[in-house]
Design a protein around this ligand. Sequence first.
Ligand code: NAD
Length: 348
Amino acid sequence: TRIGFAIVGLGRLSLDQILPAIRQCKYAKVSALVSGDPDKARRVALQYGVKPDSLYSYERYDELAQNPDVQVIYIVLPNAMHADFTVRGARAGKHILCEKPMATSVADCERMIEACRRADRKLMIAYRSQYEPVDRAVVKMVREKKLGDLCEFIAGNSQNTGDPTQWRLNLKLAGGGAMPDIGTYCLNASRFLSGEEPNEVLATVTQDRSDPRFREVESAVHFILRFPSGLTATCMSSYASHESRFYRLQGSKGWVEANPAFAYEGLHLRHGVRMDDRNVTIEPTFPALNQFAREIDHMALCVARNQTPHTPGEEGLQDQKITEAIYQSARTGRAVKLSPPPGPTRGP
Ligand code: NAD
């Protein structure tokens, strides 16, 4: 028997990625939809075999409590709405899978963790890259010391954003510009690929307010993280340059480079290493496995087996703390010290 998911918000990510991916899942199914548009909800329900009595408006969201077919609520709404919908969902007795970025403030992240803890429900943040086979392979290489000691991580995630009226450019709904939306991928990768937590950040943001897109939020962010081992991460993210996504992790004995990185599919890895007294570049290949299906199946299995998700609320909270430090550093022009998280931020 599959675990039933309610999908909240039928925007681009839900329609183009999440719903098609659930078709490929082994342990998950769509049992309910929550949408502000009843016609769209009916159309999508027909397409994915969701019962007509399992369609909800945002106003009727709390009635999910009475739907026994729903075990997990997957929140795919604008960033600032994640916190309230998570807290209410946990109160309705459901486990929560929430899109990245977890929320728009540390206080909201803490509120979400506390609500799920009190209700004894699981909380997972949808860091899809952590379920991507290519990134998993890099984590394994790092653990097995294939790169030697880690020295530098360099990453970029950019896209040239269009419509100035979209919620992503609204400070209240998005929590920031390029940083929370796409810079988060660089930040999170620096942490999960290295397995380390940064203790200092220095950052700067760019915002051309004469561009109608950037009246409220930054167009670009640059940040440098220092890690206790000596590893540094140099990251940049822009909403104003052509689509570009990559990372490179350099160690004393080798490097790996993903280009593209952070994409839904088609990631390409190169590995530079010394072999037989020569520097060689290897291009390992991986089976194309859908990240979203793997991520959603992971949540379903955690619920079925009563296990902590690999990317629980604590993982999102840590990124949000660093994001706030990034903005603080940009405002003050000074490096900001970071304290280590109080406990592990990732599950098994
Ligand atoms: P979207 O704009 O396409 O969809 C958002 C949905 O929320 C729409 O259906 C909209 O009607 C609904 N909504 C409800 N209340 C709203 C309000 N007050 N203002 C605006 N919209 C409202 O956005 P999206 O690209 O689907 O992103 C949704 C979430 O998913 C975001 O948190 C985003 O960061 C995340 N996301 C994650 C990935 C990923 O790869 N993991 C990719 C894209 C988006």
